[in-house]
Design a protein. Structure first.
Ligand SMILES: [Zn+2]
Length: 59
C-alpha cells in the first residue's frame, strides 16, 4: 500500500518536474498561475504529497 502511494507520488513528481523544466510560468509560479497543462500536474503532486506525508505521520 505504502509503496504504491509512494510510487504514485514519485511518478507525479517526475511528471511535474518534466513539465516544469520546459515551462516558464510553472517554473516561476510566484509571478502568476500555473499554465493549463501544468495546473493539474501540480494539483496531483500536492494531493499525493499530502497523502504520503499523512501516511508517514500515521505510521
Ligand atoms: Zn506549465
Amino acid at each position: 500500500m505504502a509503496e504504491s502511494l509512494h510510487a504514485r507520488y514519485m511518478a507525479a513528481s517526475d511528471a511535474w518536474r518534466a513539465h516544469r523544466k520546459d515551462c516558464e510560468p510553472c517554473t516561476f509560479p510566484d509571478t502568476g498561475r500555473h499554465c493549463p497543462d501544468g495546473a493539474p500536474l501540480w494539483e496531483r503532486l500536492v494531493r499525493l504529497q499530502n497523502a504520503y506525508l499523512t501516511h508517514l505521520r500515521n505510521h
